[in-house]
Design a protein around this ligand. Structure first.
Ligand SMILES: [Zn+2]
Length: 309
């Protein structure tokens, strides 16, 4: 197939989706404990968005599903509770690092009036690191709608196994008011329906043949208790950062690096050039949080928990 044709395929809706809604059902799929977190109909067939409760990998499956009889505490439930628990902070909340020797690249695709995207940055990742390169995109509908060809290019890199993309939710419309204080801004703006913001973006991704992950980034990294508990109810894990490069934060082992892929913060992309110096970093996937790691207790003892800390 010619590249242009492949690109055009990526910008047309593949599926019409009806009755999209949040559910919370413990099921078995392929002998693995899973959680059905969404259901919808397409072509009169019921589908589910499933989370593998051991690996956090998501997949779309058609009905029917078998219910799980014995409820067990799973890695997914442990992590969901850990990263949606108090203290609730207006900023710097959620998963900000993973207890590993790796680093984690996340690029936000917030709405932007700028044409194009940080194509060279993604291309450099592909050229400098073993393929597919793990990257998490926190994407919103308004960026997709204005950048169909760029969205198709990202999908194409994934289908060519150049990038291994975790598709993170950055809301449908990404509300933002330049002059308002943080506690009345972003998702905390008056009149914002957070559940709708989350589900509409997922619906769009699925309509384009993309499977949403369990990861969510609050626009502006701003939230309150109510917003976080909505996220927990919808089964999503909030992801912050401890290495926002444009703000001068440094990369450490386990860092979740925040960059913007939408050309709105090129300063950060320039600082990310250190990723391309020798020797390179070990880049991981956010799904590493499901792997066992060591957690240090206050008395200095260690125990094994998902993701470590
Ligand atoms: Zn954003």
């Amino acid at each position: 197939m010619r590249p242009l044709f492949i690109l055009l395929l990526g910008i047309h809706l593949l599926y019409g989706i009806e009755n999209y809604r949040a559910i919370n059902e413990a099921v078995m799929y392929g002998n693995r404990p899973c959680r059905a977190i969404r259901s919808y109909d397409t072509n009169h067939t019921r589908h589910y968005l499933l989370v593998d409760e051991t690996t956090l990998v998501t997949r779309i499956v058609a009905a029917p599903l078998s219910a799980r009889e014995h409820n067990i505490t799973t890695t997914y439930q442990t992590l969901l509770e850990r990263y949606t628990s108090p203290p609730y902070k207006l900023q710097d909340y959620g998963l900000t690092a993973i207890g590993s020797g790796r680093i984690y690249i996340t690029t936000d695709l917030c709405p932007s009036s700028k044409r194009g995207f940080e194509r060279e940055f993604y291309q450099k990742l592909i050229d400098h690191y073993p393929n597919p390169v793990d990257v998490t995109l926190f994407i919103c509908s308004r960026w997709i709608d204005r950048h169909p060809e760029e969205f198709a290019q990202l999908k194409q890199w994934q289908s060519e196994k150049k990038l291994n993309i975790v598709w993170g939710n950055h809301t449908h419309s990404h509300p933002f008011h330049p002059s308002r204080p943080l506690d009345e801004n972003f998702l905390l703006s008056r009149g914002v329906d957070i559940e709708r913001e989350i589900l509409e973006l997922e619906k769009k991704l699925i309509g384009y043949g993309v499977t949403p992950s369990v990861f969510f980034r609050f626009p502006g990294l701003v939230q309150d208790e109510k917003a976080v508990l909505t996220l927990r109810r919808l089964g999503l894990i909030p992801v912050g950062t401890n290495a926002w490069l444009a703000k001068g934060e440094k990369i450490h082992k386990g860092s979740i690096i925040l960059l913007h892929g939408n050309r709105n913060e090129h300063e950060g992309i320039k600082k990310a050039d250190l990723l391309f110096r020798q020797p390179g970093y070990d880049i991981g996937s956010l799904l590493d949080i499901a792997r066992p790691g060591e957690e240090k207790a206050t008395d200095g003892s260690k125990r094994v928990v998902p993701g470590g800390r």
